[in-house]
Design a protein around this ligand. Structure first.
Ligand SMILES: Cc1cc2nc3c(=O)[nH]c(=O)nc-3n(C[C@H](O)[C@H](O)[C@H](O)COP(=O)(O)O)c2cc1C
Length: 292
């Protein structure tokens, strides 16, 4: 497997193909925006798919082949799920008018309308509530923040399995957190019962290769990987390097020249930056989640 510390430490620009590891060095270089990376000691198609990930925001109108949705959902359902409770569901939307309304709720994101398939992943406590009700019980554990979080985590794990599966099939996707801007409108549009809430959307389709972005570099591992105990010893220096690299990347992609620090702060510096999601806990209460 990839030796994590070696990726940052070892100084090699050797051609990966010479080592029988197609794509490994190129993909690791792209993922970290680094000139030099260590070659991993193992490599396979699964790792290549995962490290090649990029969000897709421009799609061809080509429909998905028959059976693809079901295959993607089988991959999603193969993810681990807390206590096997499976407290998530997904709504698949293909109707152009419904996609347009959802796009409007999610901040007028055009790729929602353009993608042939829009999946909305849900935290779904209603199934267990119905089982309890049928037995004359009130399942009071469902009223707690903990159980909502279980649903949100389950939904995320399932969706990411779906993303890996669809990328392995040559499809592309982008998550849509904007679906949480107006949770009650989304619930009404999708006919969600109480105790069900949209956690995020996922646009799915064949990428328009003329607008296919590059792999976006991530933070250096020295920032996110802590060994034994949490430390910030190298954080400032590593963030300086990442800010420089990401600014160059953004410029190259025609996405402005902000640093990562600036982009991150822009998303949290004011309530306005939350785009309506400052009201999320109120909306969730109304959708049947007391969140005690
Ligand atoms: C939960 C979640 C919500 C997101 N919401 C949006 C969104 O509403 N619109 C969008 O264009 N991208 C959205 N993204 C995509 C991120 O911006 C993207 O993953 C990030 O910039 C890294 O880029 P990459 O996926 O190409 O590596 C979201 C990603 C996640 C994980």
């Amino acid at each position: 497997m990839v030796s994590i510390s070696a990726i940052e430490r070892v100084d090699t620009t050797a051609d990966d193909k010479a080592h029988g590891l197609p794509g490994a060095a190129d993909l690791l270089r792209a993922r970290y925006g680094a000139d030099k990376v260590a070659l991993p000691s193992a490599w396979n198609d699964t790792l290549a798919t995962i490290l090649s990930h990029r969000s897709v925001r421009a799609y061809l109108p080509t429909p998905l082949p028959a059976g693809t949705l079901e295959l993607i959902i089988a991959a999603a359902q193969s993810a681990s799920t807390s206590s096997n409770l499976q407290v998530w569901s997904v709504v698949a939307v293909e109707d152009p008018a419904r996609k347009a309304r959802l796009a409007d709720f999610a901040g007028k994101q055009k790729h929602i309308e353009q993608a042939p398939l829009f999946l909305i992943f849900l935290a779904d406590l209603s199934r267990i509530a119905r089982i309890a009700e049928a037995q004359g019980l009130h399942a009071e554990g469902l009223d707690y923040l903990e159980t909502f979080l279980v649903g949100a985590v389950d939904a995320a794990l399932a969706a990411q399995n779906a993303v890996i599966a669809l990328e392995s099939l040559g499809l592309g996707s982008v998550y849509i957190g904007g679906i949480r801007n107006r949770p009650e409108d989304v619930a009404a549009e999708l006919g969600l019962p109480p105790q069900v809430a949209a956690i995020f959307g996922l646009c799915v389709g064949y990428p328009d290769q003329t607008k296919f972005g590059s792999v976006k570099p991530r933070l250096p591992q020295s920032v996110v990987l802590h060994r034994e105990r949490y430390t910030t010893n190298v954080e400032a220096e590593a963030l300086d390097a990442y800010d420089d690299g990401l600014r160059q990347f953004q410029k190259g992609q025609g996405m402005g020249d902000s640093t990562w620090r600036q982009l991150a702060l822009d998303r949290v510096k004011s309530i306005d930056a939350l785009r309506g999601r400052d009201q999320l806990s109120n909306a969730l209460h109304k959708l049947g989640f007391p969140l005690r």
